[in-house]
Design a protein. Structure first.
Length: 320
C-alpha cells in the first residue's frame, strides 16, 4: 500500500510553458513554473508546508483576535493556534485533506468540507478549481453553507511570489508594485488591526508602492485595499527583478490583499519570497464584519485569482 507524501495527494498540471503542482493538504499551490523558472516559492511533496505556502485560507483570513467573536447572537471561541500573538490564524481549511474530484492535463477540481467544531459550528463545503492556460494559473473557490443557520465566511490564498531564484534576502533587490490607496495598520505585538490610512500618510510613505520600487530593507506584514483596477475590475500586484517576475490578479470579489515580506521566517526562508494574499475580508473580520460574507443555508459565495509570469516592467518606472 502506497503512502501519500507529507503534503498529501499530488496533482500535476501542464499547459504550454506553464506547469503547476498542487498538494491536497490545504489545496496548496506547491509549485508554479513558467519556462522552467519559479513564480512562487516551491516546496517538496514530502515536506511539511512552510509558512502556509500556497494554502487556501477559510472560513476567515489572517487573524482573529483571541480566537473570539460574536455571531448569530452567540459568542464563539476558536482554538488559538498562534500562541505568540494569542490569535486564531489562517482559518480551518489549510489543514484539511482535500479530495481530488477531477483531474485533466491542465485543470483539477478539489473539495473539502469544514465540519461543525468548537468556534465554528457550521458545515461549509469548499470547492476549488484550478486551471492552467497560456495566461497562467487561475484558481476559483466556491463555498456553500450546508448548515441550517447562517454562517460567516471569508476566503483567501497564501502564495509567496518570486521574481527570480528564491533565496535568503532575495526580495531586498526586487521591485514591488502594489497599486493600492489604503493600508491596514496593525499592532506590533499581536498584528491586529488598529487603523486604515492612506499609504502616503504613514511613516513617510514607506508602505507606498503605487509606483514600482525596490523593496530594499522594508518589512511589510499588512493588508492593502482600495486597489486601482482596470475597466474589467481587475487589480494586480507584481514582483520583478530586471523586468522579469510574477503577477497575481483578482477581480472585484476580492477587496483586500495581505503583503508579507517573510521577515519572521528562519534560515533560508528569511525574505525569500513576497506573500501576496488575495482576501475577501481583512484581518479580524469575524469581529469587524468588514468584507465578511454571511451565507444563508444552502447559499454560496465565490472568489478567484490568477498568477502569471511577468516579462517586462509593470507600472511606473521603479524608484531607487
Amino acid at each position: 500500500m502506497s503512502v501519500s507524501p507529507v503534503s498529501g495527494a499530488q496533482v500535476g498540471l501542464r499547459s504550454g510553458s506553464y506547469e503547476a503542482d498542487i498538494a491536497s493538504i490545504g489545496a496548496s499551490l506547491r509549485r508554479l513554473r513558467f519556462e522552467g523558472r519559479d513564480l512562487v516559492v516551491p516546496f517538496a511533496a514530502d515536506e511539511e508546508r512552510p509558512a502556509m505556502s500556497g494554502a487556501l485560507l477559510a472560513p476567515w483570513t489572517n487573524r482573529t483576535a483571541d480566537g473570539r467573536y460574536e455571531f448569530g447572537g452567540g459568542i464563539h471561541r476558536l482554538p488559538v493556534n498562534e500562541p505568540q500573538t494569542g490569535n486564531a490564524a489562517h482559518g480551518l481549511v489549510a489543514g484539511l485533506d482535500f479530495r481530488v474530484v477531477e483531474v485533466r492535463a491542465d485543470s483539477a477540481m478539489l473539495s473539502a468540507t469544514i465540519e461543525p467544531q468548537p468556534g465554528y459550528p457550521w458545515r461549509v463545503r469548499v470547492d476549488t478549481a484550478l486551471r492552467l492556460s497560456e495566461d497562467g494559473l487561475h484558481q476559483e473557490v466556491v463555498a456553500t453553507n450546508e448548515s441550517d443557520t447562517d454562517a460567516p465566511f471569508g476566503v483567501g490564498a497564501h502564495p509567496y511570489l518570486v521574481a527570480d531564484a528564491p533565496s535568503r534576502r532575495a526580495i531586498d533587490g526586487w521591485v514591488l508594485h502594489v497599486p493600492a490607496e489604503e493600508i491596514l495598520l496593525v499592532s506590533p505585538d499581536r498584528l491586529l488591526p488598529t487603523d486604515v490610512v492612506h499609504v502616503a500618510d504613514h511613516e513617510h510613505a514607506a508602505f507606498d508602492f503605487r509606483s514600482s520600487r525596490r523593496v530594499g530593507q522594508q518589512a511589510i506584514n499588512n493588508a492593502y485595499s482600495a486597489f486601482a483596477r482596470d475597466d474589467r475590475g481587475l487589480a494586480r500586484v507584481t514582483v520583478t527583478a530586471d523586468g522579469v517576475g510574477a503577477e497575481i490578479e483578482w477581480d472585484e470579489r476580492v477587496g483586500w490583499a495581505q503583503v508579507y515580506t517573510s521577515d519572521a521566517a528562519d534560515g533560508e526562508g528569511y525574505r525569500r519570497g513576497v506573500a501576496v494574499e488575495p482576501m475577501t475580508c481583512p484581518p479580524d473580520a469575524l469581529n469587524s464584519t468588514l468584507g465578511l460574507a454571511v451565507l444563508k443555508p444552502g447559499a454560496s459565495t465565490s472568489a478567484g485569482w490568477s498568477i502569471r509570469a511577468v516579462e517586462g516592467e509593470v507600472g511606473p518606472p521603479p524608484r531607487p
